[in-house]
Structure formats: C-alpha cells, structure tokens
Write a protein that binds this ligand. Structure first.
Ligand SMILES: [Fe+2]
Length: 235
C-alpha cells in the first residue's frame, strides 16, 4: 500500500492569491517586489534547501539542482529590482504618473489590508509549518529573515513607504512597552510569526550590508543558499 496523497493547493494560499494579484494592480510595484523577494529568500535559503536535506533522495537532489539553477537567477533579478525601485529613476516615474482617483486610492487601501490579512495564514501553512518539521532549530528561516531585514535597512529602501511601514511594525515590536503589550498583534499585521519580527542582525551585519551593492548582497544570499557560505549561528 502506498502513502501517496493527492496534491491540493493550500486553502490559505488560494485565499491570499487574488489579493496579491490586486496588489500588483493597485499598489506600487515595489510592494509586490518586496513580497516576491522575501518569498524567494525563504524559498531558497530555507525551504528548498531544508526539503532536500530532509528527504535525502537522489531524484530530489537532481530536481533540486535544476530548480536551483533557475532560483539563482530569480534572486539576482529580485535584488536588481529592489535597486531599481529605490532609485531616483523610479521616483521620477512615479511622479510622472497622473494622480489616482479617490476610488483607486480606496481600492488600494482595501487591497493592502486584505493582502496583509491573508498573508499570515498563507505564510504559516506554506512556509512556517513545514519548516518547523524539517528544520526544528529554525536556523535557516532566521537566516532568510535576517537577509530581508538587512535589505529593508538599506538607506535607499528605507525611504519607500512599504519598507517604512514594515520598519514601524518592527520598531513597535522590538520596543519594550509596545512589544510586550501588542507583540502578537503587531506580528499578525506584519504577516509573520513573532520570532521573526525580532531584530535578527547585529550592528556589524548592518554596517556591512549598507556598504554592499545590491549585486553583492544577492551573491551573498546565493552563497548562503548553496552552502558556500555558512548560515550565521546567531539566535
Ligand atoms: Fe523563484
């Protein structure tokens, strides 16, 4: 008797998806890019890597080699787009756009709230629950979130509204008073579990990341994923 089960798309992923499509339509492009970059970091550094180690099987190894070849390009492009979406050229493009109608602005806010609301159960089912099983120490997920946090702290990224919003959540979370009172609620809004809202990088990490180009940061994320650079042992 086999133990195969029919693959069904996760319900929370299905619920999140239409709001994400709306986000691409109504929100500025850098918001979608932030989610995609974050998702790819989790996928690459944590999920795919741990999945492969967990099943330890020759066929999965081969498939993963091919997937990784594509994924490496994705990470490189994601970081490149972060660079673009924080550039003066993109700022100019935004300014040149005609002002949006009240309806569109209302739709944008609705979309944003829906997306945040549905992101959390989707992230939980698709990323966090499987990862807890495959990597109970959480080392790889922490590394992926550390990379996201560092990207969000690049000076040019910090100017974008979405990054500012996420950083406000993180400041509130890491503040001794608001954090202890509303920590779980703040993490719920941010879409992630409280353990990943905590600051995961050191001052030295931050100084280094700020001095690096986006290409160099992408290369480093890839090196961590491929195992040519160790996952940091902090946390
Ligand atoms: Fe990808």
């Amino acid at each position: 008797m086999h133990h195969y089960r029919i693959y069904r798309t996760n319900k929370n992923l299905e619920a999140f998806f239409p709001h994400f499509i709306n986000a691409i339509h109504y929100l500025s492009d850098d918001v979608a890019n932030a989610y995609i970059t974050g998702g790819e970091l989790i996928l690459d550094i944590a999920l795919l890597r741990s999945l492969n180690d967990y099943v330890a099987d020759e066929m999965s190894e081969q498939a993963m080699r091919l997937i990784n070849r594509d994924e490496s390009r994705h990470i490189a492009i994601d970081y490149h787009m972060v660079d673009y979406y924080t550039s003066p050229a993109y700022e100019e493009r935004l300014k040149a756009r005609p002002p949006r109608s009240m309806q569109d602005q209302a739709a944008a806010w609705r979309t944003f709230v829906h997306m945040l609301y549905h992101a959390q159960p989707f992230f939980r089912d698709v990323f966090f629950v499987p990862m807890d099983r495959m990597d109970p120490t959480g080392k790889r997920l922490r590394e992926a979130f550390k990379r996201m946090q560092l990207l969000g702290m690049k000076q040019t990224v910090m100017k974008r509204p979405f990054a500012r919003f996420m950083r406000t959540l993180s400041d509130l979370f890491n503040h001794p008073v608001t954090g202890s009172l509303f920590g779980n609620a703040i993490a719920r809004v941010g879409g992630v579990e409280p353990r990943f809202m905590a600051r995961l990088y050191s001052d030295a990490d931050l100084g280094r990341a700020r001095a690096m180009t986006y290409d160099e940061l992408a290369d480093e994320a890839l090196a961590v994923k491929l195992g040519t650079m160790p996952v940091s042992s902090s946390g």
